[in-house]
Design a protein around this ligand. Structure first.
Ligand SMILES: *Cc1c(COP(=O)(O)O)cnc(C)c1O
Length: 231
């Protein structure tokens, strides 16, 4: 049986040690517990162990859990979004990590407006420039940001990436670094909601320590907390 509480304790301690080793404040790194495909009971156990932010990428699966948990946790959407699902995503989630095109940003903004809410979003960048991966190309990010920063009901807080998988985590470092450098450039140009607190969503179970070393502020960790996902 997966000991969720113990896993969280270990990960929090890793986050802290890694942050201190590179001279960062551990409080600047938030853990997103990726509960996709995991039962509601696992989310409950994590909440009881003090976990506040959960990440989901299947809408239907997430909706049930969000309703069951009630107010309290913060829900982040981390999956691909078809534009016709933008309404549900805007209503259920506090932050969306995966905005990668104008059409989607427009849809999220107009649904958020009709609900009278503002939605925090990140722009997903395909730093590995892999053809099969979601995310905007790095050289197209500025144009997208230029437009969506003006949307009244979106707060564009930063960038997110899913780098190529590498057995050796050191080989992922250049991708994390590239995202940070891109974010720095775009921050200088004034594209983010709060320039003194730009979010970088990067790092998963097997590479979050390297991501923290490279500046991650949101790490998305699933299996290291909840164990392997059911098929
Ligand atoms: C599933 C998923 C994660 C978590 O992956 P683990 O390897 O289980 O930590 C993080 N980010 C995204 C976008 C995911 O889809």
């Amino acid at each position: 049986m997966t000991n969720i509480k113990e896993n969280l304790t270990i990960i929090r301690s890793n986050i802290k040690q890694t942050a201190l080793r590179v001279g960062r404040n551990p409080d600047d790194i938030r853990l997103v517990a990726v509960s996709k495909r995991m039962p509601a009971d696992y989310v409950k156990q994590a909440m009881e162990a003090g976990q506040k932010i959960f990440g989901e990428n299947y809408l239907q699966d997430a909706q049930k859990k969000i309703e069951e948990m009630g107010p309290g946790p913060e829900w982040h959407f981390i999956g691909h979004i078809q534009s016709n699902k933008a309404k549900s995503v805007a209503s259920l989630f506090d932050m969306v990590h995966t905005v990668d095109r104008l059409k989607l940003a427009k849809a999220l903004n107009s649904h958020a407006r009709s609900m009278g809410k503002t939605l925090s979003v990140l722009v997903q960048v395909n730093v590995g420039q892999e053809t099969q991966k979601a995310g905007i190309q790095p050289d197209e990010a500025e144009e997208l940001l230029k437009t969506i920063q003006q949307f009244d009901c979106l707060h564009v807080k930063g960038l997110m990436t899913m780098p190529p998988y590498k057995e050796n985590v050191e080989e992922v470092r250049p991708y994390f670094r590239a995202l940070r450098e891109l974010a720095e450039e775009l921050t200088r140009k004034g594209y983010f909601y709060r320039k003194e607190k730009v979010e970088l969503s990067m790092g998963m179970s097997h590479d979050f320590e390297v991501a923290i070393e490279e500046g991650a502020t949101l790490i998305r960790v699933g299996t290291a907390i909840f164990g392997p996902r059911p098929e």
